[in-house]
Design a protein around this ligand. Structure first.
Ligand code: KIV
Length: 290
């Protein structure tokens, strides 16, 4: 018998007592992720911006969902992540928490919500925890954000760091260039990874860095590394859901694997519906009340 597409991943192929098999009656926690690192267990993270989609990924057994500020360009129609506001993050994060039962929910602190001062970061991280109910926050920057991470962690807020390519700096970069190429840049990435770990981050995203360097950071890191465009050597992998499901229009980054073609499927369904309505084929008697 074929498994339902919404069957949790753990029932299909993962051994018991793993992130995918052992934790079904409570939320995944940062302690579970630390244990996975010790056990060498790899895990997957997806972004989610609403309750419906988050619920599908939760049922599929994805242990960590990120309410990314990638919502800016992947969900809200902006060109970049820069315009995303705290109110938007709180609204989307609360929906993702409501739509899930099992996944650990991490929410991004958007551009301008934490760089001003550690006090500003504390205020906005607390909003995400209290108003939306998320379990952890993510912010960009290595050495430059270490003091802020430290303060949030001291206050009991689990922090996922994000180094390598940090999309909130798109205008400073002039695009989305691969980071960590060349000796100096590679050493900076290693220093950033060390700084966020020392500051108390429970995990670190490595975005758009050479695979060998991401593997080296992972080997030296006591906390799980989550790669996006970092090759196969990280502890976990994250993809933006609209990219991995084939919803994104046009070109997707080199590091994306598309696991479905939802944009085409939805467009076909919409045009079939429109043509049924035009031709009077919908609704039929089976869709009508007598
Ligand atoms: O906002 C986001 O989706 C992210 C991922 C790319 C890691 O930060």
């Amino acid at each position: 018998m074929n498994a339902s597409p919404l069957q949790p991943a753990q029932t299909q192929d993962a051994p018991a007592n793993t992130l995918y098999g052992g934790v079904t009656n409570r939320r995944v926690t940062v302690r579970d992720l630390a244990k996975a690192k010790r056990n060498g267990e790899r895990w997957a993270m997806l972004t989610a911006y609403d309750a419906l989609t988050a619920g599908v990924f939760d049922e599929a057994g994805i242990p960590v969902l990120l309410v990314g500020d990638s919502a800016g360009n992947c969900h809200l129609g902006y060109e970049t992540t820069v315009p995303v506001t705290m109110d938007q993050m709180v609204m989307m994060s609360a929906a993702v928490v409501r739509g899930t039962q099992r996944a650990l929910i991490v929410a991004d602190l958007p551009f301008g919500s934490y760089q001003e001062s550690p006090a500003q970061a504390m205020h906005n991280a607390a909003r995400l925890m209290k108003e939306a109910g998320v379990h952890a926050v993510k912010l960009e920057g290595g050495e430059r954000s270490a003091r802020t991470i430290e303060l949030l962690v001291e206050a009991g807020i689990p922090v996922m760091a994000h180094i390598g390519l940090t999309p909130q700096s798109v205008h400073a970069y002039g695009g989305y260039p691969v980071q960590g190429r060349g000796d100096e840049a590679a050493h900076q990435l290693l220093r950033d990874a060390k700084a966020v770990q020392q500051a108390g981050a429970f995990s670190v995203v490595l975005e758009a860095v050479p695979a060998e360097l991401a593997a080296e950071v992972t080997a030296h890191s006591a906390i799980p590394t989550v790669g996006i465009g970092g090759g196969p050597g990280t502890d976990a992998q994250v993809l933006v859901w609209t990219d991995f499901a084939g919803m994104t229009a046009g070109r997707v980054p080199k590091f994306v694997k598309q696991y479905a073609d939802l944009r085409r499927t939805l467009a076909q369904a919409a045009s079939e519906f429109a043509s049924d309505v035009r031709e009077g084929a919908f609704p039929g008697p089976e869709h009508s009340f007598q």
